[in-house]
Design a protein around this ligand. Structure first.
Ligand code: BGC
Length: 369
């Protein structure tokens, strides 16, 4: 058969299939999972290393099941090749829609094109998929705001005021993986908030590592942040102490805290600096309770899962999903501005973790010290 004809035939067949499967899925709304005729969706997530992704996967799977869909959740353990394989397999096995939290936002272009050819819609989950027109929607948090909250916490705790002359206080800066698009948002939000205080000298960066390209952490690895912090303490803090550390997430914060403790921070004469975080992981909330980590940024992954699953259902039943951020620079993937729904992150510390994390059921009281 002529190639165009084959493609057309495939499109028509798929359209009919999609329609009938969508009807099956939307019509039943039960907990039956595994029945023939039910619509399958693929959920490709980057890693199980940060516990949040495990919750994201579990939450979405449960929500899809409730609505009568079958969800296949795969984790790539930070390997781009593995994720490409997983996504391609999902398309080949007939998944009707993909939800992807990319290991590397730029590397899935061919797989996304394959999805588009097969009529499979794609939702970028938490991390924007870059450089491709084959991304339909984006569900995430306001990543710029995450960085702003971290930086604002440091400013408030050090008592810095615009035009003031506090300090000078010593700060060290860290960022996540260079290939994770969110990292640019996190760092920009933080640095836009901190830069006036660095410029007027109330904050100083003894290591002089201030540009994003100088402070990224390969694959968000806590061990690497631990080594970097140890090196910076040895090289730049022989006769001074660090007052604040911009740590982009909880895993990296814990790596940094271990380095600080080895250098006797957290003892009577050498208080812990302010250390930020992100994700409200149980281990870090325990560090907050112990007074070692100062804050974390809580992103309610239950809500993000709800947004993504609702988006998927709408797409599969031919409706336009609700979005709240369609003209935002941060949703521009270099090829198109991807219509997005962005949730608000929240700053959490010792003063409000009970109300925000425990009372809301995000973390069980029994998991905390
Ligand atoms: C997510 C963070 C997470 C980090 C490492 C980012 O893209 O937004 O919540 O801590 O990846 O997995």
């Amino acid at each position: 058969m002529h190639a165009g004809g084959a493609a057309r035939l495939r499109t028509v067949t798929l359209a009919v299939l999609t329609l009938s499967l969508t009807a099956a899925a939307t019509g039943c709304g039960n907990d039956s999972g595994g029945q023939s005729g039910e619509v399958k969706v693929g959920i490709a997530l980057p890693t199980t290393k940060q516990t949040r992704w495990v919750s994201d996967g579990d939450n979405m799977k449960a929500l899809f099941k409730k609505q009568g869909y079958k969800a296949d959740v795969q984790y790539a353990e930070d390997s781009v090749d593995e994720q490409i394989k997983q996504v391609e397999k999902m398309i080949d096995s007939g998944d009707k829609l993909l939800i992807i939290g990319a290991v590397d936002g730029f590397e899935l272009g061919d797989a996304l094109q394959k999805a588009s050819r097969a009529g499979v819609k794609v939702i970028a989950y938490d991390r924007l998929l870059l450089g491709s027109s084959n991304v339909d929607y984006y569900a995430s948090f306001n990543n710029y705001k995450v960085g702003e909250l971290q930086a604002q916490y440091i400013i408030d705790k050090l008592g810095l005021k615009k035009g003031g002359n506090a300090g000078p206080y010593n700060i060290e800066l860290f960022a996540g993986d260079a290939n994770d698009n969110n990292v640019r948002g996190f760092f920009a939000g933080a640095m836009d908030t901190l830069s006036d205080f660095i410029a007027d000298g109330q904050l100083q960066v003894p290591s002089d590592q201030k540009r994003l390209s100088q402070v990224t952490t390969y694959k968000w690895q806590a061990e690497i942040a631990n080594e970097t912090m140890t090196t910076r303490l040895g090289d730049f803090y022989k006769s001074s102490t660090v007052d604040a550390v911009l740590a982009p997430n909880d895993g990296i914060a814990r790596g940094i805290i271990d380095a600080l403790k080895k250098d006797h921070y957290g003892t009577a004469g050498k208080p812990m600096p302010i250390v930020t975080g992100q994700d409200a992981e149980i281990d870090s909330v325990n560090e907050i309770i112990a007074g070692d980590q100062s804050m974390t940024v809580y992103k309610d992954t239950r809500k993000l899962a709800e947004v993504a699953v609702k988006m998927a259902q709408d797409i599969l039943s031919g409706k336009r999903p609700e979005t709240n951020s369609d003209n935002n620079d941060s949703n521009d993937n270099g090829n198109k501005v991807v219509p997005a729904y962005l949730l608000a992150p929240v700053s959490v510390d010792k003063s409000n973790y009970k109300k925000l994390l425990v009372d809301s059921g995000y973390i069980k009281a029994s998991d905390l010290n």
